[in-house]
Design a protein around this ligand. Structure first.
Ligand code: GLC
Length: 424
């Protein structure tokens, strides 16, 4: 088996077992429906952006529907944006008026969501933005919507980041004391080395924030975006797939790729860049085959629903995970080298061969002739026959066996062959 990551402060045991989670990006940006960075990209001042606050009323919001969609897709945990860069809070925070309870919707959105997902057996994760384009003490910088407004910058140059840090820590305390056990804390993001003044560990007072998190929720799985060299539990490649097990200083670490359905985290109505279920499943399998997790995002609409494209994608993913989940949950990378266009995942003596491109009749498995005992399609448990030194493929060395597969690819997005290995 491959070298395993060293223990980190948080409890990642359940995390590396569960492998697959739902990211949820939801806030006022669902109304402009043009990406969650719309305020920054279009340099929208607060007084204009407030129209979305005044019209935020997700009357069709039912988190039990969301939780069931996540569970049925085979997701085992979720991470929701409690507050994104726009500064709007989903919960009834004591520290701001810029929250869901003050919109026409008038209620806390976070508590019922946590309860609904917990009721479906999913672990609970909070994303919390370090950045806050609405807070009166957050200094304007290269990322800020008002970055090019000289008058605004002049007028606000006295902003005190230590006051903002106090707010950031205070809200973190609320999030980690009001909603029961939180399994993942996902801060986002630090940018210390920007030309026009970025923000990092000193601005967030990250060391102090880290101590607070560990005091309130010692086992929580903490991401790597506080601009700290130590203490985090997971690396978080975003919108790209690592080519191998993610390493830090040459050692494998626990990692999770966070990915979107269409390139946007927030609801993006006119976006046509939707990934197919086959591609998304490939990303899930590929992540696990390299010892990682996949956190797949949904951006709910301003009515409080997952849009039909997201729901259809989640249903297609669930159709696959329902019968092939055994090749994902509890699995990790394998030391064996798979055939071309295939991925291996492994869980003890169970080796799972994911066939990404369907070849003609044969799969040549190198290096396992001495251990293979039996093989079957995972989706229907039908036998896959194993041959050795039978076909004149002039390659049957290297401890190779040949699996004979049907000409017709089974009606499964990514067919999986479950291989039973004899004990070493
Ligand atoms: C990036 C994006 C942010 C998103 C996050 C998710 O930081 O800027 O909008 O929430 O990735 O990982």
């Amino acid at each position: 088996m491959p070298q395993m990551p060293e223990k980190t402060p948080g409890n990642t045991e359940w995390f590396v077992h569960d492998r697959f989670g739902m990211f949820i990006h939801w806030g006022l940006y669902a109304l402009p429906a043009r990406h969650e960075w719309v305020k920054k990209r279009e340099m929208i001042p607060d007084e204009k952006y407030d129209v979305y606050f005044r019209h935020f009323n997700p009357d069709l919001y039912d988190p039990t529907v969301w939780a069931k969609a996540a569970k049925n897709a085979g997701m085992k945990y979720f991470v929701v944006t409690t507050k994104h860069h726009e500064g709007f809070c989903l919960w009834d925070s004591d520290l701001t008026d810029y929250k869901a309870t003050n919109t026409p919707y008038g209620k806390d959105l976070l508590k019922p969501m946590v309860e609904a997902f917990r009721a479906e057996g999913l672990k609970v994760g909070f994303y919390h933005s370090l950045i806050d384009w609405h807070h009166p003490e957050f200094p304007v910088d290269c990322m800020h919507p008002m970055r090019n407004d000289k008058e605004f910058r002049e007028r606000t140059k006295g902003r005190d980041i230590t006051k903002y840090a106090e707010y950031l820590h205070g809200q973190t305390r609320e999030l980690l004391t009001r909603f029961g056990k939180i399994d993942i804390m996902w801060f986002d993001f630090s940018y210390p080395t920007q030309p026009d003044g970025g923000k990092g560990r000193n601005d967030w007072q990250s060391e102090k924030l880290y101590e607070l998190v560990r005091k309130l929720m010692p086992d929580v799985v903490l991401d790597d975006r506080l601009d700290l060299e130590r203490g985090y539990d997971i690396k978080t490649p975003e919108q790209w797939q690592p080519q191998e097990w993610v390493k830090v200083d040459g050692k494998p670490v626990v990692w999770e790729a966070c990915q979107t359905l269409n390139g946007s985290w927030g609801y993006d109505r006119d976006n046509l860049d939707w990934k197919s279920p086959a591609l998304l499943l490939w990303m899930l399998v590929d992540s696990v085959s390299k010892g990682g997790n996949l956190l797949l995002n949904v951006g709910p609409t301003g009515r409080g629903e997952f849009d039909e494209r997201a729901l259809a994608t989640l249903q297609a993913i669930g159709k696959w995970t329902r019968v092939n989940g055994r090749s994902i949950y509890g699995c990790t990378a394998s030391d064996y080298t798979p055939p071309p266009d295939c991925r291996y995942t492994q869980n003890g003596n169970r080796l799972y061969l994911h066939v990404m491109a369907w070849p003609l009749r044969h799969l040549h498995l190198k290096g396992i002739a001495d251990r293979i005992e039996y093989a079957q399609f995972l989706h229907d448990a039908s036998e896959i026959r194993i041959f050795q030194n039978t076909f004149d493929h002039s390659i049957e060395k290297d401890n190779t066996v040949v699996l004979e597969i049907p000409i017709q690819k089974p009606n499964v997005e990514i067919p999986v062959i479950e291989i039973f290995l004899k004990d070493r």
